[in-house]
Write a protein that binds this ligand. Structure first.
Ligand SMILES: Cc1ncc(COP(=O)(O)O)c(C=O)c1O
Length: 384
């Protein structure tokens, strides 16, 4: 990074680095929680066809309300989460990153605070910084589940405008139960908001980026939207839909929240090409969800396998996960494990509390490579 001092960069951005995990050209990339399986030939066909249809219209601005996409997302949620939402209760953007930035732009700002539950997704403090919103966290319990009592207390005391609950959580994989979401909602509905007019209550945003990987039978927080005007549930096509490169995220909430986001969105923020590509994937949801089932099995098998491994004579600790990644440790020198895996062409992620590492699900072949390399690295660690 080299920013000359004669540029009037915002004072609070001096010395900051762009966010992002390393993008290294290695054979086995298991570091950014992508879906390892590319879109199927049928999805590729639909993409080509849908983009072909809209290509002659690209001289015009796209539908800035992206109504066809919002209808398709509502239909998807009715099948995936058994919830009936109107298209007006959905809103899409370029990845859930952009959705979340819009949430902070609309509900954060100077004099306001966003509250999260650490360890959690490392982008949240960046949205806060970029919108001059203060960022505070309440620690999770030692098994990374939510400390509901501490959370409820903090909501009353901090009076945040945004409460961010990540479920399943990143980097730990920990799901929040629907009862925990309800407890936080109840706390929000009683709490005031510092810096907002009397009568306003915190907005609870549940980040369900990985929700499709949850165990069957667990309800999504979208099922609570009907009764809670201060609830928003953010989702993405990056993970379950194998669409990280397409950049499509969306949020579900009552129309008051959606209308608030519409105030801050850039005009025509979602290109006609992005809308067409998103619709193409939504033509094939059954097939896509079947593949998610395979990744869930891959994850459960890997958790079991990791729990049977030892590090310097002690069995590994592996966090319970409802996601497409596994958080494991505890290593006295996680850099050693990370770097020796990288030497063997396997890239994972060194995020979260010291001593822990995160690996996301790969293809069956990639997971076999990871296991082979990891056994070698554990042996090296024993010899140190
Ligand atoms: C918890 C969480 N939320 C949101 C995102 C962003 O996803 P998107 O690709 O939709 O911007 C990620 C990405 O890894 C994530 O882990």
């Amino acid at each position: 990074m080299s920013i000359p001092s004669n540029l009037p960069l915002r004072n609070d951005l001096a010395g900051e680095e762009p966010y992002g995990a390393p993008q290294l050209d290695v054979p086995v990339c298991l570091n950014v929680n992508e879906n390892p399986y590319p879109p199927s030939p049928a999805v590729v066909e639909s993409i080509v066809e849908r983009v072909r249809q809209i290509a002659p219209t690209l001289n015009r601005y796209p539908d800035r309300e992206h109504m066809e996409l919002r209808r398709a997302l509502a239909h998807y949620l009715s099948k995936e989460s058994f919830v009936d939402l109107e298209p007006e209760q959905l809103w899409a953007a370029n990845g859930s990153n952009e959705i979340m930035l819009q949430v902070f732009q609309a509900f954060g700002g100077p004099g306001r605070t966003a509250l999260g539950f650490a360890p959690t997704y490392s982008m949240y403090p960046e949205y806060a910084r970029d919108t001059f919103t203060a960022w505070e966290t309440v620690p999770r319990k030692s098994d990374f589940t939510l400390d509901v009592d501490a959370a409820v207390k903090a909501i009353a005391e901090v009076k945040p405008s945004i409460v961010l609950l990540t479920s399943p959580n990143n980097p730990t994989g920990t799901p929040a139960s629907i009862e925990e979401v309800e407890a936080l909602l109840a706390a929000c509905e009683k709490a005031d908001v510092e810096g907002a007019p009397q009568g306003a209550h915190p907005l609870l945003v549940v980040d369900e980026a990985y929700i499709e990987f949850r165990r069957p039978g667990k309800p999504s927080a979208t099922t609570l939207i009907d009764k809670h005007p201060n609830l928003a549930v953010s989702r993405t096509m990056s993970k379950a839909f194998a669409y990280a490169g397409a950049r499509v995220g969306y949020i579900a909430a009552q129309t008051g929240v959606i209308d608030s986001l519409r105030i801050v969105r850039m005009p025509y923020h979602l290109s006609a090409v992005t809308q067409a590509v998103a619709l193409a994937a939504l033509d094939h949801t059954d097939e896509q969800l079947a593949q998610v089932g395979h990744l869930r099995q891959t994850r459960d098998d890997l958790v079991q396998w990791l729990r049977a491994q030892t590090y310097k004579g002690t069995p590994l600790t592996v966090a319970d996960t409802d996601s497409n990644f596994v958080f494991f440790g505890v290593f006295d020198d996680r850099d050693f494990i990370f770097n020796r895996l990288l030497d063997r062409g396997v890239l994972i992620r060194d995020v979260g509390p010291d001593g822990w590492l995160r690996v996301c699900m790969g293809t069956d072949e990639e997971i076999a490579e990871f296991k082979k390399a990891f056994v070698e690295v554990l042996r090296l660690a024993e010899q140190r």
